[in-house]
Write a protein that binds this ligand. Structure first.
Ligand SMILES: [Zn+2]
Length: 297
């Protein structure tokens, strides 16, 4: 029995060693527009809470200012703040401040740029229900660029099909409805929580697609948001607007870990780069969230 126990321990050790972040072949980033951290615990979101229980999470991620959409989605995907990438407003289509660095593909480098340059065989996808996303990215270098024009179910189903059929290296899916309800009915209202629960069902479909694709053991799933809100708006400086939730779950990620360190949303791109062992551009300012990794490299 003792020998059996020893073998079991050895097996666990080997198992733990095998959970290297470098073994991750796919990242799926699920973006929820307007998901304030204040709503995380109150919201009925079984799929997201399952990912968190099985991964690491925070309800204290900070946005950049203003606490608005384009400026923060840019920061999340481009690894730097607004005075560097240049997108400074809720609906920026071109940088209002000239980008401090330009990649060979024409814009401030994003996680897609790094994948194209350093993992040229990688397959990438962006599916987005808010059209504003496409102006932030070098869409020419992304294999699947699918706008769904505010159709959230189409976004979930399209992403699910692409994940199952193409098994992309990197997929970013943007959902807009939660922010929409925040603007039209109000944050922290029954309708807002209902929108979060509906969004959670779409998370479930994406997670199921990862399982159906047979890539669950080599995939990291992340939930990110661009800002919270108060009343019917956002963009200002209250913590209700500035704090967002974050969940990261999957291969090589700690389980049931509440993130203790400070996180700002441009740390996400650096975290993605670290998972794929990509070198980050000098112009990036984000830091990988080291404490989420089960095995530090
Ligand atoms: Zn908004």
């Amino acid at each position: 029995m003792k020998k059996g126990l020893t073998l079991l321990c050895l097996g666990l050790v080997l198992c733990a060693c095998g959970r290297q972040t470098s073994g991750v072949k796919h990242i799926v980033v699920i973006g929820c527009d307007g998901f304030g951290a204040y709503a995380y615990h109150k919201a009925e979101m079984p799929n997201l809470k399952r990912l968190a229980a099985d991964g690491a999470w925070s309800v204290k991620v900070r946005t950049v200012l203003p606490s608005s959409s384009a400026v923060n989605w840019a920061s999340i995907l481009l690894g730097a703040g607004p005075t560097l990438h240049g997108y400074t407003e809720w609906n920026s289509r071109v940088p209002e401040i000239p980008s401090a660095a330009i990649s060979q593909y024409g814009k401030f480098p994003s996680i897609y740029t790094l994948l194209k340059e350093q993992l040229p065989q990688s397959k990438t996808a962006v599916v987005y229900s808010w059209d504003g996303i496409e102006f932030l990215l070098e869409t020419d270098i992304i294999d699947f660029v699918i706008p769904t024009h505010a159709d959230e179910d189409l976004a979930a189903d399209t992403a699910a099909i692409i994940i199952k059929r193409e098994k992309p290296t990197f997929t970013f899916i943007h959902f807009d409805d939660v922010d929409h309800v925040g603007h039209h009915i109000g944050h922290d209202t029954p309708e807002y929580y209902a929108a979060l629960t509906q969004f959670d069902a779409r998370i479930g479909r994406v997670v199921q697609a990862v399982k159906d694709a047979g890539i669950e053991s080599e995939t990291v799933i992340m939930l990110v948001s661009d800002h919270g809100g108060v009343g019917k708006g956002h963009g200002e400086k209250s913590l209700l607007e500035v704090e967002t939730p974050f969940v990261i779950s999957g291969a090589g990620i700690k389980k049931g870990h509440e993130i203790e360190g400070v996180v700002i949303d441009y740390d996400f791109a650096a975290t993605m780069a670290q998972i794929f062992n990509l070198q980050t551009p000098q112009a990036w300012r984000g830091k990988a969230i080291e404490e989420v990794f089960a095995t530090n490299k």
